[in-house]
Design a protein around this ligand. Structure first.
Ligand code: FRU
Length: 489
């Protein structure tokens, strides 16, 4: 199959741009483009035994612009390989952007379902959006189908926001949900198809209210431990205490769904992560029957200092989702992630901390696994200490059961703090993944997560546990140096 001009040009542009990338904040084990801008993960799928991840990509610039689909694949969800750009916006169906979407394996044909973006008046951000399909048998070269757009426009009562199709199969039918809004209220609408080409509009699967935002981006809908989960990324939810602190959120609703009635009875909207940088999350089911999620590890309109370095944007570690007994999603890194452990840097057991204990760890890419008992102390802290007064600090306050992530001295000067309230307990289990410009904190085996980009100027000099106003017990703590899968340095 011939690659189109747009794809060839874009792939070459990235190759060129790569030469100018400054590596200082480049991540070592997260998905990024070789150069220039990326945002949402797209088209997560397993195809012919390999994991494929696509992403929103501007191959020509470190800022968002005409969206292409970048592409990586992996055999193990840990070691990723860049492939040529998969989609370029160069056809009548997607003239101003190939926006987010999903992928399915249709009997050996890898099918991408994505949104075509079309400006009516770019200056005034007037646009329309439609849904399109591209197919591939080799999993590398994609051809847009002649039936495009497969859905030309949204239902009559809809706004112009009509994007981010997520497709799945049930029995003989294909289903698609699309992010949408009506009268400035976010909603998700549902279609059905026998063949991925002809789609029938079924109706609204779920809709919000004034509190739940004006538009729901990147919807996903799946079964988890016998329940149905609607995952989406609403725009326009107002901050409330420790909640909804980012510009936009990703969260979910759990419920029961009746396919024959298109009826989704569900609970409240719950945030999925409590850090600064976690958005547009998408999931897929792999051949081990795991529901795996990957998100964009940034947030619209945040400071993104790597733009100066010729690249911008990354995806989170792949995370496995399960449902807890109290109806909340638990997220842990997929088991394969332990393959990143290159060397044990430090390990300790049953260490009483009266004031401070230093792990003897230095570096910029490491994992810390720790179990703490906080019986007597008021607060325990984990300080990643950098040069001068740089630091990233996690602090657990026993009286409130809140864990605080403070990145104000590691590149997030304004609004550097996030908090999450945990179930009351004397024990705190942490798994922390530090990369050159990110931190992902997995708390109590998935009870909560906090994901943020951080920008220390130099590798961390030490990892310290501190106990305030009383003793704590470090039951176990291990630190590993993690592998650089890109080996760019
Ligand atoms: C979410 C999003 C999607 C859209 C894409 C454009 O971050 O706004 O709704 O398809 O990014 O790049």
């Amino acid at each position: 199959m011939l690659t189109t001009n747009g794809i060839q040009q874009a792939t070459e542009a990235v190759e060129q741009a790569k030469k100018k990338v400054n590596n200082r904040h480049r991540l070592g084990y997260h998905i990024m483009a070789p150069a220039n801008w990326i945002n949402d993960p797209n088209g997560l799928v397993q195809f012919k035994g390999e994991y494929h991840v696509f992403y929103q990509h501007h191959p020509y610039d470190e800022n968002w612009g005409p969206m292409h689909w970048g592409h990586v694949k992996s055999l193990d969800l840990v070691n990723w390989e860049h492939l040529p750009i998969a989609l370029a916006p160069e056809d009548a169906c997607d003239k101003d952007g190939c926006f987010s979407g999903s992928a399915v394996d249709n009997d050996g044909e890898l099918t991408l379902i994505y949104t075509g973006h079309h400006y009516i008046d770019k200056e005034r951000d007037l646009f329309y959006q439609n849904q399109n399909i591209a197919v591939s048998t080799d999993g590398v070269h994609f051809k847009k189908v002649v039936e495009n757009p497969v859905i030309e426009k949204p239902p009559a009562d809809s706004s112009h926001h009509f994007r981010d199709p997520k497709v799945w199969k049930r029995g003989r039918d294909w289903y698609m949900i699309v992010g949408n809004s009506k009268n400035n209220i976010g909603r998700v609408i549902l279609y059905r198809s026998p063949n991925l080409r002809n789609w029938e509009y079924i109706g609204v699967l779920a809709e919000g209210n004034e509190q739940l935002g004006y538009m729901w981006e990147c919807p996903d809908f799946f079964e988890l431990n016998g329940k149905h989960v609607l995952l989406m990324s609403p725009q326009g939810i107002k901050e409330a205490g420790d909640h909804f602190k980012n510009l936009f959120q990703t969260g979910y609703m759990i419920g029961e769904y009746e396919y024959d009635k298109n009826k989704f009875g569900h609970g409240e909207f719950i945030e999925l992560d409590y850090g600064h940088d976690f958005y547009a999350v998408q999931t897929f089911l792999d051949d081990k029957n795991r529901r795996i999620a990957i998100g964009w590890m940034d947030m619209w309109e945040s400071d993104m200092p790597t733009k100066k370095d010729g690249w911008c944007g990354a995806l989170t570690l792949p995370r496995e989702l399960t449902l807890s007994a109290d109806g909340k999603i638990k997220m842990v890194p997929v088991a394969e992630v332990t393959q990143l452990r290159e060397k044990k840097l430090s390990a300790i057991e049953n260490q009483t901390i009266t004031s401070s204990y230093e792990m003897g760890v230095q570096g910029s890419m490491f994992e810390v696994e720790a179990v703490l008992e906080v019986t007597n102390a008021e607060k325990v802290e984990l300080v990643l200490r950098g040069i001068e007064n740089e630091a990233t600090v996690l602090a657990y306050d026993k009286s409130t059961n809140k864990l605080r992530l403070d990145c104000s001295k590691s590149g997030k000067k304004k609004d550097g703090i996030r908090r999450v309230k945990l179930a009351a307990s004397d024990q705190l289990k942490l798994r922390i993944f530090v990369d050159r410009s990110s931190i992902e904190v997995f708390i109590n085996e998935g009870e909560a997560t906090m994901t943020s980009r951080i920008y220390p100027t130099e590798p961390y000099r030490s990892v310290e546990f501190t106990s305030c106003s009383g003793k704590s017990l470090l039951k176990k703590a291990t630190c590993w140096k993690l592998k650089d899968i890109w080996n760019e340095k």
